[in-house]
Design a protein around this ligand. Structure first.
Ligand code: NI
Length: 258
């Protein structure tokens, strides 16, 4: 089997000094591509450094909505410069987070950063990896008014099935992670079943959200088969047919050959 991990943070401090082993285990598990997402300038640079070091690692650069303290819109010029690196295949992780950042002023500040980064992705012809938490309505309105022209994935999709249908009309991809393996998580499972097959992606979001049976441990890209198997089971599909479709989706969105 050939796998990919379309969203992880190998640049997280929890992986510091262990990157070689983590990437080795990912290769052993069959992964041919790992997309490492930045969340501010230093972590975006670190994602590129890892992509330069490991053949199967690719980078995304951007400002995450929870990492805007001290950031200025002018800093996006540096994101643009970084995005010209040949192993940068997306702008991300960008978006809106009203769960961790719930005061009105902070929410207000997230929107221009998100909108400007959509514009940057469109200018560069790159897809977006989007984080949305407790911000579904604003997310929908912004994406409707600022359509990504080179594609986008709603990573770790946690909205409702009804909203998934609305987002699907904007031609977005949906990324699913560890939570689809959790016993009590009903909604993400329903969303895996509802999404169009040609818009599905699997991701670990490691080091967070380890799937069952590794739940509670540090997540890593080599755990992607647990998430993949759960998608196959929820869709009632043979693993080989699912593998073909998902790998094609990854290649179509990120223009990376597996
Ligand atoms: Ni993430």
């Amino acid at each position: 089997m050939i796998y990919f991990d379309s969203h992880c943070h190998l640049n997280d401090e929890r992986f510091l000094g262990q990157e070689e082993e983590v990437v080795f285990r990912a290769k052993e598990a069959g992964l041919k591509a790992i997309l490492c997402l930045g969340y501010d300038l230093p972590s975006s640079k670190q994602a590129i450094a890892l992509a330069e070091h490991f053949d199967i690692v690719y980078a995304a650069v951007g400002f995450h909505p929870q990492n805007l303290e001290g950031a200025r819109l002018e800093d996006l010029a540096e994101i643009e410069t970084l995005a010209h690196h040949p192993k940068v295949v997306a702008i991300g992780e960008v978006g809106l987070d009203y769960y961790w950042e719930n005061d009105e002023a902070t929410k207000q500040r997230q929107r221009p950063f998100f909108i400007e980064q959509i514009a940057l992705a469109n200018k560069l012809g790159l897809p977006l990896s989007i984080h949305a938490r407790e911000a579904t309505e604003d997310m929908y309105q912004i994406l409707k008014a600022n359509r990504p022209t080179a594609g986008a994935v709603l990573h770790c999709y946690s909205g409702s099935v009804e909203m998934l249908r609305e987002f699907a009309k904007l031609d977005l991809y949906f990324g699913f992670d560890g939570p689809i393996t959790y016993k009590n998580s009903v909604n993400p499972k329903a969303c895996v079943q509802e999404a169009s097959l040609n818009r599905l992606l699997v991701e670990t979001d490691s080091p967070y959200l380890a799937p069952v049976p590794k739940r509670g441990q540090t997540n890593e890209p080599s755990y992607i088969p647990y998430i993949f198997d759960q998608v196959a089971s929820l869709r009632g599909m043979e693993k080989e047919s699912l593998e073909q479709v998902l790998n094609q989706n990854f290649e179509n969105l990120f223009h990376v050959k597996l």
